[in-house]
Ligand binder design. Structure first.
Ligand code: ZN
Ligand code: ZN
Length: 178
């Protein structure tokens, strides 16, 4: 996701609003690589604060993920907010900035006339992802015994289906009732 800031760079105090649509690279998430389904869209306001370019707005996209319970693939819409400060790496003014200040450490250098906000967009999406993906809060998952997707149909073992550790208990009860 790239933004041409050639004009804005020359206009302190100015800001622009823009809408971007752009493909994003795969996202690394807990050892998985997640692909985006189609381009992501960004609605941004970029302001020239004099020394820096402030990028604020939101990003929307759709990820291809797999349900943690039933293992079916599904599309997950994601929406994240973005608020980043970019400074020209070649800027003379920035040399006087105190690097000890925390504020500056979060600033992101850029050079030339193009801001590539892709890394920050991916980071902000990672922050809003849930710990695990569920196709539906009420997903019934797979039968632990036969592997049947219980969202599709109940399986033959339902009813009799208990944890194997409990099965042992059940047998013990059977014996003691004799
Ligand atoms: Zn599911
Ligand atoms: Zn089953």
């Amino acid at each position: 996701m790239r933004i041409n800031v050639a004009d804005l760079k020359k206009s302190p105090g100015e800001s622009i609003e823009l809408e971007l649509s752009s493909p994003l690279p795969e996202l690394e998430f807990h050892g998985d690589r997640l692909s985006f389904d189609g381009p992501a869209r960004a609605f941004l306001e970029i302001s020239n604060t004099g020394k820096t370019l402030l990028v604020e707005g939101e990003v929307k996209g759709t990820l291809e993920v797999r349900c943690a319970r039933c293992l079916e693939p599904f599309r997950l819409p994601v929406e994240a907010t973005l608020s980043e400060v970019y400074y020209p790496a070649d800027s003379v003014e920035m040399v006087v900035a105190d690097p000890a200040k925390e504020e500056y450490q979060e600033w992101i250098p850029f050079s030339g006339d193009v801001l590539d906000i892709t890394p920050e967009v991916l980071k902000s999406i990672l922050l809003v992802l849930p710990m695990r993906f569920l196709c539906d809060e009420g997903c019934r998952g797979l039968c632990p015994r036969c592997g049947q997707n219980l969202n599709v149909a109940p399986c033959a073992c339902s009813g009799e289906d208990v944890d194997p550790r409990l099965m042992i208990l059940k047998d013990m009860f059977k014996d003691s009732n004799r």
